[in-house]
Design a protein around this ligand. Sequence first.
Ligand code: SF4
Ligand code: SF4
Ligand code: SF4
Length: 326
Amino acid sequence: MELEKLRETAAEIAARDDVKYLIGWKKGSYGYRVAPAFAEDAEGASDFIFSPLCTANLATYLTLVEKLPLPRGQEPDKRKVALMVKGCDSRAVTQLLVEKGIHREEVIIIGCPCPGMVDPDLLNKKYPETEETAELKWDNDGFVIVRDGEETKVPREELLDEKCQLCRYPNPVVSDIMLDDPVKAWEPVEDEGVKEIEEKAVEGRWDYWQQEFSNCIRCYSCRNVCPLCYCQDCILDRQNPDWVYRSVNFSENTAFNIARAFHLAGRCIECGECERVCPANIPLGKINRKLAREVRDKYGFEPGLDPDAEPFQASYKPDDPEDFIL
Ligand code: SF4
Ligand code: SF4
Ligand code: SF4
């Protein structure tokens, strides 16, 4: 994708009278950091980028707008929010449209066909971060790291993020403007993480998650970063009534993590953000992708693809399988 075209388009959109702000990515202050960015005018969008480090799913910000009651006589700000989306991010936007968390006329969707992101942990391990700002680019079948003006070519499979190895929708499924031609989708690898869970007996699965959930510190980062965890008053965090205690112990941690996974069944679009931000390195993707696979195999449903779909958890067909009911 040409940087010049990206910035020109971003500047045009941010300058529009009917746009409140544009959400995109820009270089962070040091090392490999890339930060989400908000532009209210053309100048604000002048340093926007799209690179293999733009992992953050910006759709989360669509639901973080506080909707306070307006004083009498004051009109609501009906300007649109524009945002840049990769394939997975666009599925989050579509799912939000399905759930009426947002409305189509409120957003401008700028599609970024996505050749795949790097895994930040692998990147830091293999090519330790410098304090100087460093960049990453795509190059045919791989990545190029630019540090102190020096370029290092790296094969794609060496740094490609797990979620991108598994990706089936690298091109935005919904957009108003596309910044480039669609990329050629690749054959996803087998999901070894889910396979590992499926191969365990029930007791083995319990032991596995007991071990993992014991490490949870209940920081709620997984919930806060998730574009589809947007209840203003989260049942897992409220104190009256106190459905799940905030105590950090295996029992409460398990209740929190399992309830969140079930609330996301048929809704999670596998962007991997929850796992990326978890400070305890809990492999949350395995549980989310396992549930996504169950929903796909049993009900033939995939979230975030069709804005006119009925919400999975709120719809019913007479021939739905029910063999899981004891
Ligand atoms: S999951 Fe797909 S769309 Fe999302 S960052 Fe990876 S390759 Fe891009
Ligand atoms: S991000 Fe990780 S540690 Fe924090 S609440 Fe979620 S699972 Fe627990
Ligand atoms: S549960 Fe995790 S992978 Fe699924 S949509 Fe939320 S942040 Fe993305």
